[in-house]
Design a protein around this ligand. Structure first.
Ligand SMILES: Nc1ncnc2c1ncn2[C@@H]1O[C@H](COP(=O)(O)OP(=O)(O)O)[C@@H](O)[C@H]1O
Ligand SMILES: Cc1ncc(COP(=O)(O)O)c(N)n1
Length: 265
């Protein structure tokens, strides 16, 4: 059994965060485990409260898993504060975690801050050097690089800058571009674009979480980075094409439990 761990926040309405990650891991035929960093009171319309867990229980969750189970890949999502980032970094280094995918979650689709602004520095210093793959969206890439990004050329430049900050492979996601949804991968000093038509739907709650978890699941299976990103792009395209209204706001992606059975990958 392939085993994948998510370290992220809980989304009470199940569209993003830990819940989206575990659904993605299952849909891709892997066994999912979770370390919860924060609990959000959230629905399709907004985030109404956030409670961070303390560093001790975050550290103990990570230790409990690594001292007993071999982890094939780790996805990191909402990390909330600098203190939590330091704890996660120390614990993953100590346990020699492999295949780490960092989704530098900063703001929810509904506009609520999920990373304290002062934690930006810790995210760059601690988490980027641990990342086999980092998956910023346009806004997150702008915050990390302190540049404006609106074109594919600017996405490529940002990807190189983020690689220089320590992340081995960088995917700047184009979900918020105008026109097609094109993601830019910078890997081994080369660019590759992963494009798809834009699905005309307002229901994109959890797209970033789903995409980064799908990359982690494929890395866990031993896929090279480029192939892992290609498969994740295929999976998220289908998950968005079948996203659906839930509640009165931004609905979630759909996870295909037949995907793994049908494709066996
Ligand atoms: N409307 C859409 N149609 C097709 N693909 C999309 C759409 N929105 C986002 N994506 C894809 O979903 C993935 C997540 O991207 P994005 O929504 O930018 O991330 P985030 O949730 O972090 O803001 C990327 O692969 C992106 O290209
Ligand atoms: C707990 C949690 N983590 C992450 C997101 C970001 O969601 P998205 O994948 O839509 O960017 C969220 N809304 N809530």
């Amino acid at each position: 059994m392939i085993k994948v761990l998510t370290i992220a926040g809980s989304d009470s309405c199940g569209g993003a965060g830990i819940q989206a990650d575990l659904k993605t891991f299952s849909a891709l035929g892997t066994y999912g485990m979770s370390v919860i960093t924060a609990v959000t009171a959230q629905n399709t319309r907004g985030v109404f409260n956030v409670r961070e867990l303390d560093q001790e229980i975050i550290r103990d969750q990570i230790s409990a898993i690594f001292e007993d189970i071999q982890v094939d890949a780790v996805k990191i999502g909402m990390v909330s504060s600098a203190a939590i980032i330091e704890t996660i970094g120390e614990s993953l280094l100590k346990n020699k975690a492999q295949n780490i995918v960092v989704d530098p979650v900063m703001v929810s689709k509904s506009g609520c801050a999920l990373l304290q602004p002062e934690a930006r520095e810790a995210l760059i210093r601690v988490l980027l050097p641990l990342a086999e793959v980092v998956t910023p969206n346009l806004f997150e890439a702008e915050v990390i690089t302190e540049t404006k990004i609106a074109t594919l050329d600017e996405m490529e430049k940002a990807a190189v800058a983020i690689n220089k900050l320590g992340a081995k492979n960088v995917v700047v996601k184009g979900g918020h571009l105008k026109g097609d949804a094109i993601d830019v991968l910078y890997s081994e000093k080369a660019f590759r674009h992963f494009g798809s038509g834009r699905v005309a739907t307002p229901h994109t709650h959890g797209t970033g979480c789903t995409f980064s978890s799908a990359i982690a699941a494929s890395l866990a299976k031993g896929c090279p980075v480029e192939e892992a990103v290609a498969r994740a792009k295929e999976y998220i395209g289908g998950a968005i094409a079948h996203s659906f209204p839930l509640g009165r706001g931004v609905g979630p992606t759909h996870h295909f439990y037949q995907y793994y059975r049908d494709t066996n990958r």
